[in-house]
Design a protein around this ligand. Sequence first.
Ligand SMILES: Cc1cc2nc3c(=O)[nH]c(=O)nc-3n(C[C@H](O)[C@H](O)[C@H](O)COP(=O)(O)OP(=O)(O)OC[C@H]3O[C@@H](n4cnc5c(N)ncnc54)[C@H](O)[C@@H]3O)c2cc1C
Length: 400
Amino acid sequence: MEVVILGAGYAGLRALKALQKADDLHITLIDKNDYHYEATDLHEVAAGTQTKESISYLIEDVVESHKTTFIKGEVTKIDAEKQTVLLADGKEINYNYLIVALGFESESFGIAGVEEFALPMVNVETAAAVHQHILAMMQKYQETKDENYLKIVVCGAGFTGIELLGALVEGRKEYAQIAGVKPEDIQIYCVEAVDHLLPMFSEKLAAYGIDHLKSWGVQLLTGKPIKEIKADTVVYQDDAETKALKELTAKTIIWTTGVSGSHVIGASGFEQRRGRVTVTDHLTAPDHENIYVIGDVSAVMDATSKRPYPTTAQISLKMGHYAAKHLLATLKGQTIAPFTFKSLGSVASIGNSHAFGVVGAAEVKGYPASFIKKAILDRSLLETGGIKEMLAKGRFDLYH
Ligand SMILES: Cc1cc2nc3c(=O)[nH]c(=O)nc-3n(C[C@H](O)[C@H](O)[C@H](O)COP(=O)(O)OP(=O)(O)OC[C@H]3O[C@@H](n4cnc5c(N)ncnc54)[C@H](O)[C@@H]3O)c2cc1C
């Protein structure tokens, strides 16, 4: 029995961990990188407050070679009829069961110039490139004294944008040193379409995070939909009534307005929206009982809100575990109860020692919240990499 897992992110590795406990099946794991990275820490790599090595580990560390073959390769298409997966190098891999966990990509929402002139932050390479870009711009300031080199604009104030802003504030010391200015001289902006930020939190709690960012000098332009990105320029609608546009110039423009699921989903002909398949209550693609679609490429309906659950590492891990359990039960001719999810809450970090969010029914903020956030991230690491990776990453030294 051949099980193929596409993607070694949270969902894929969690499924692998559970499947490797079973006998009588062979697993092939495919990822375009030979390392797993913790996407929940990408903003820190982008800001330079963590290195890319500190948020990643080798996939081979979690592969049991007598049960699993790891292939480093880029998936381009799934052929559900032929039961094959196509790779960019032309290889074709056959499967009996497939677990698709290809994760998220940057979403431009069709706004002109995003791909050409804004920096994405959706994997280790793009996050590290953001940091390198910022440092290069600081160096340019030294040479030119053009203030645009000191300006950083984050497009989008969702969960990711807010976490990135906090990390950039923390990174200012490093940038300022290179530019030869004071940390306060680094100008950090955020342009966001809506006025009501962080709707997942109570108004008071969201205000806690936002007020902190403002007190650290972050300039938040809310209710200003971005209309276009041009070279070194964000064009936004300044006035909803007159539709008047305004331009904000900066040499660093980072795009964090939202993500979609992998483009491979659309390329493979699945019924999908923004790279996500609305799955059955056993997490399989409609019409394909042998294909599980999990993590950020999946849309799971929340029966209470009648909307899909937000895509998070938390639900991805749960889906990975469920898909493996369901697959193993199916092989035994059994079935298990449908997938259910109850969020444990979410905590947003703003810098290394501040955070705010909800855990269970309780609101948490400040230093204790940052401790909880780090404990949650460590739990994810434990669920994918195990105790070895946790120790290797020195995660007990929570405050780096
Ligand atoms: C800055 C930031 C902060 C976040 N904070 C939180 C948080 O605090 N809590 C939370 O729960 N969630 C958080 N999230 C969301 C969370 O990171 C995602 O929901 C989660 O990473 C999705 O997991 P996944 O396994 O579906 O995909 P991913 O983690 O995206 O993994 C996908 C894997 O597939 C591989 N891959 C992709 N395309 C191909 C291809 N074509 N061929 C081969 N391999 C491929 C990639 O290399 C990767 O290893 C955050 C996200 C960001 C960006």
